[in-house]
Design a protein around this ligand. Structure first.
Ligand SMILES: C[C@@H](N)C(=O)N[C@H](C)C(=O)O
Ligand SMILES: [Zn+2]
Length: 214
């Protein structure tokens, strides 16, 4: 008869979610965590800031200025992706960077689906200045490389594990993901264009309009 008591592992604490801190006063943000304009870091990254136009799923111009603002560390990482791609004759075109929390609330009213829009109760990594929506372009002509869908096409076809793409389309979206991952970015499974920056959880949620960031 075996009298050895069964080995039980100690109960593990549930994973703790990062605190949902909304920074009320941008002046209180430490200098090292301020948002920077990508144009002050790398002038070769192209911009097509869709929420500053009516060419977006809200069919409304949400931003008054077409700016790509990111935490400094995130902007530096993105710049390194651009430099890396340039060696292949390619570059980045950015659709969205920092996004105020109130804009995420507007999006959630239209599309309350966490596959495609972050729940504003938790906030988006865009609200932390630590996520970016983007695609690849030909460095010389600026022409977009063919990707699985258009930006913000909220269907299964936009998912990274969608298997129905033509081989070249698959290669293009995989190349974007590989180059972003090499600089630490984390791809979102449901949207080929969205990447979170490592350490996004150390930044608070912001609700400052883009035009107010100096
Ligand atoms: C709305 C879309 N462009 C996007 O960024 N979705 C993710 C999930 C987000 O809202 O953070
Ligand atoms: Zn995004």
């Amino acid at each position: 008869q075996n009298l050895t008591p069964p080995v039980t592992s100690p109960p593990t604490a549930p994973p703790t979610a990062p605190p949902t801190v909304v920074v009320q006063d941008y002046n209180q943000v430490p200098a090292t965590e301020k948002l920077v304009d990508i144009r002050s870091v790398n002038l070769n990254i192209r911009l097509d800031i869709r929420y500053a136009t009516t060419n977006n799923f809200l069919k409304k111009k949400i931003y008054s200025v077409p700016r790509c603002l990111l935490r400094s560390d995130v902007a530096q990482r993105l710049s390194r992706v651009q430099q890396d791609l340039e060696e292949m004759g390619l570059g980045l075109k950015v659709y969205d960077c920092y996004r105020p929390l109130s804009v995420t609330r507007q999006m959630w009213e239209i599309l309350p689906d966490t596959r495609y829009v972050a729940n504003p109760a938790k906030g988006s990594r865009h609200n932390r200045g630590a996520a970016v929506d983007l695609t690849l372009v030909d460095l010389r002509t600026g022409a977009e490389l063919e990707m699985p869908t258009a930006f913000d096409d909220f269907t299964d076809k936009a998912a990274r594990d969608y298997t129905g793409n033509a081989p070249q389309v698959r290669r293009n979206s995989d190349l974007l993901a590989v180059k972003m991952k090499q600089q630490g970015f984390i791809p979102l499974i449901t949207e080929w264009w969205h990447f979170d920056a490592p350490g996004w959880d150390k930044y608070g949620l912001l609700d400052v309009p883009l035009e107010n960031i100096r």
